[in-house]
Design a protein around this ligand. Sequence first.
Ligand code: SR1
Ligand code: MG
Length: 423
Amino acid sequence: MEFEALNASELTAYLQGIPAVYALLGEPAELEIAEVGDGNLNYVYFASNARAAEKSVVVKQAPPFLRLVGKTWPLGRERMEREVAALRRFGSLCPQHVPTVYHADSQLFLMVMQRLANHRILRQGLMDGVVYPKLADHLSTYLANTLFFGSDLFLAADIKKKAMSAAVNSELCRITEDLVFTYPFEEHSSNVYSPKLPRSALERLRHTPELRVAAAEMKWAFMNHAETLLHGDLHTGSIMVNADETYVIDPEFSFYGPMAFDIGAVLANLLLAYFSRDWHGRLNDGRPEAYQAWLLEQVGTIWTEFAAKFQKLWREHEGRSKTAFIGDDPDRQCADAFKARFMQRLLADTLGFAGCKMIRRIVGMAKVAEITHITDDTARAEIEVRCLQCAETLLVQRHSLTDIEHVVRLAETLQRANHSNNH
Ligand code: SR1
Ligand code: MG
C-alpha cells in the first residue's frame, strides 16, 4: 500500500492507544497535532494536550522516501530503527544531552520522544547571534562520552564487533559517501550552485589534485575506519539548545565510523556560521566581529575540552581495568606516545572531515540556512568562496595544522584578507 503521512485524527487515535504515552500527555480527550518537520528525511509532529500545552511529545516517522526530494528517491524505512537504537545508546551514555525515547514502533517506523519545548535549533540561534555559554562544555562532553564508550578503547573486542554489525546503515552511509565525499568534487547533476559563485571556485574543487586526493582519503576513512558508534550527521541543525542545556537529536545516519567525523561536523558548521556572520551580523547590529570571536572560541574550546575529556575517560578506564590497549608497558612511555599520536591523528581527521562537510554545504544539494538566507548574491558568493578556501586548507594541510589554534588563525586570516580586499 502506498505510504500516506498520518493525519491528525489517525495520530491522535494512535497515541491514545499507547498507555505510557497517553499518560504523559495527561490522557486528554483532544490532542493538538502539528507537522513541523523541516529536515530532509522524515515527518515530525508535535502532539500536545489541547488543554495543557506543556504536556507534549514529538512523533517522528520515516516515510519510504527522502522527504527533501519525494517519492522519486526511495529510502528504506529501517533507518528509524537505526535512529532509535542510537538515541537509546547515546542516551545511556549521556542522558543530559540526548532526548528520551518513550516509544518505538518497528511496523510503522515511528517513534515518540521527549519534546524539547524550551530549546531551539542551534543553527537558528547562531544565525540570530545568540551566545550559549555552556555549549562548548556540553558538546565536548557529549562527543567524549559517545565516541569513547563505543570504541575498542572501552568495549571488549567481541562486544564492539557485535555492536558494529548491528549498526550497519549502508543506505544512509551511501548518501554521505556520495553527497559529502564524491559529487561536490565532480560535475554532478545533484549539485546546486549559487548564482554568482565563480566558475573558478568550482574548477578548483575539480582540478586541484591535492584537494581531490585529500577528499578521497577522507572518503576512505569514512568507509573503512569503524572506530565507534557515530551520530553520523552532527551539524548544527541536529543540536537543540538554550542557555542551560544542549541536546543532540536526529542520529538516523548513525553507524560505526571514524570518531573524527562527528567532531568535524560540529567544527565545520561553526566555521560556516563564522564566515556567514559577515552577512547576518551586519543585518543585526552592524558589527559581526564580537560574535565571530565567540564562534571561533567555540571551535577552539570544543576541540581542547573534547581532547581533555576523552583522554580522561581513557586514563580512568585503564586505571579501573588495570590493562592498557597497548599491553604491558611499565614506564608508560609507549602508551603515552601512542595516545599522543592517536590524538594528533584524530585532529587531522577532524579537519579533513570538516573540510568535506563545508564544501558539500556550498556546492552540494543539501544546503544550510546561514548560507541560503543571504539574499545578496554577491555577498553570498564572497562568503561561499571564503568557506571553500578554508575547507581546502583544512583538507590539504590537515597534517600540518597540528593545533586547533592554527585553525582559529586560518579562519581569522581568511576573514581579514576579505575585509582588506573589500575596503
Ligand atoms: C539527501 S539527504 C541530505 C542530507 O540531509 C541530512 O541531514 C544529511 O546531511 C544528508 O547528507
Ligand atoms: Mg537530520
